[in-house]
Structures are given as structure tokens and as C-alpha cells.
Design a protein. Structure first.
Length: 196
């Protein structure tokens, strides 16, 4: 693939640089290793953002052909996106897109822009870190002790409360000072819980 060059391409890179996050790195004609074949692939414009735990890689392909982009090119770019491990893909086309190509791009979550749109758009609205890692604690064989907060003496759990928890682990059985339910003893899971 021939690397893109020329004033329109440079203008697009300049505009993207001006409109994205100040920490984003814009790299024209970047060579990226294919995760499947280990060979290098050329990306017209790479946008990379590393901000704390957020790492984002967006690929932008620029199409300067007389005919509109068709479905097969959309599928080709989707495959390329997966092969280089990009989080998102954009296609900028001078001649627009066929209707089926737009439908396919929408289905594959590939952003399509005509060249004029790309030079007027706020790219920062698209280039965002939207990937979150949720860490949830899991406890197994939990032993729960209920103590009096003043005397530190162990309290017995009433049999009716144990019965409620055993029949519906989501049931809120702990009450606040106002008498309203706060929470259950535990979330449902496959492990066993003991109460003393």
C-alpha cells in the first residue's frame, strides 16, 4: 500500500491534531504489526491516546478515489482494525460512500466521513476513552460475626432472618436506625456462608 501524502492529507492531519485531546499523538503513515501474521500494516493516520489507565488506538483510513467507497472496502477496513488491534476505525472519503457501505459501516461501528465533513468535525467528540475495568470482590466460605458496637459481644442471628436470607439472598434484612432496610448479608453466589 502506498503511503498517503499531499496537501489535502496534511491538512486533514493538522485538523485532527487541532481538534483532539492535547495528549493524543497523531502519526501519519504508521506501520503497525498485524497481531495474526506478525507483518507490518500501514495505517494512514493513527491516533493514540494514553491518559492514566486509558489507552486508545484509533485508525483513520483516507480514500481519495473517483468512486464512492463500497461495502467490500468497509469489510476490508473492519478486518484490518481487528488485525492491528485498533479500538476504533474511521474512513474519510473524497467521493462519499454507497448506501450499502454506510449501512455496513454503521453495523460494524466504523465512522464514515466525507473529506469536507472531516475538516469541519470535532474529532474530540469521537476520540474518547470509553473502556472501563470493573473489579468486583468475591468471597468464599465467609464467616460473618455480628457484634454489639458498645460491648463487642457476639449477637445471635434470629432464625427468621436466616430463613429470609436462605430463601432469597437479595432480600434486605439489615435495618438502619430509622427501621428502613439497608442491605442483605451477602450477594448470591455458589459458595457457602456461615453465621455465628
Amino acid at each position: 500500500m502506498v503511503p498517503k501524502s499531499g496537501k489535502p492529507f496534511e491538512d486533514l492531519i493538522t485538523w485532527i491534531q487541532q481538534s483532539v485531546h492535547e495528549k493524543a499523538q497523531i502519526i501519519p503513515n504508521e506501520k503497525v504489526r498485524d497481531i495474526h501474521t506478525k507483518r507490518t500494516r500501514q495505517i494512514d493516520i493513527s491516533i493514540r491516546l494514553s491518559d492514566g489507565p486509558t489507552h486508545l488506538f484509533v485508525m483513520v483510513e483516507v480514500r481519495d478515489h473517483a468512486r464512492p467507497v463500497n461495502v467490500s472496502y468497509i469489510e476490508e477496513i473492519n478486518s484490518k482494525k481487528q488485525s492491528v488491534g485498533a479500538n476504533a476505525a474511521f474512513i474519510v472519503s473524497r467521493s462519499g460512500f454507497t448506501k450499502p457501505a454506510l449501512e455496513k459501516a454503521k453495523h460494524l461501528a466504523i465512522q464514515t466521513l466525507k473529506y469536507e465533513e472531516a475538516l469541519k468535525s470535532d474529532w474530540s467528540g469521537w476520540i474518547k476513552g470509553e473502556y472501563f475495568h470493573v473489579i468486583e470482590r468475591k468471597y468464599e466460605n465467609v464467616l460473618i460475626k455480628l457484634e454489639n458496637d458498645t460491648s463487642n459481644k457476639l449477637l445471635n442471628v434470629a432464625p427468621e432472618i436466616l430463613s429470609q436470607v436462605q430463601t432469597n439472598s437479595k432480600r434486605k434484612v439489615l435495618l438502619g436506625k430509622d427501621g428502613k432496610p439497608l442491605t442483605s448479608f451477602f450477594r448470591p453466589c455458589s459458595s457457602h456462608h456461615k453465621f455465628i
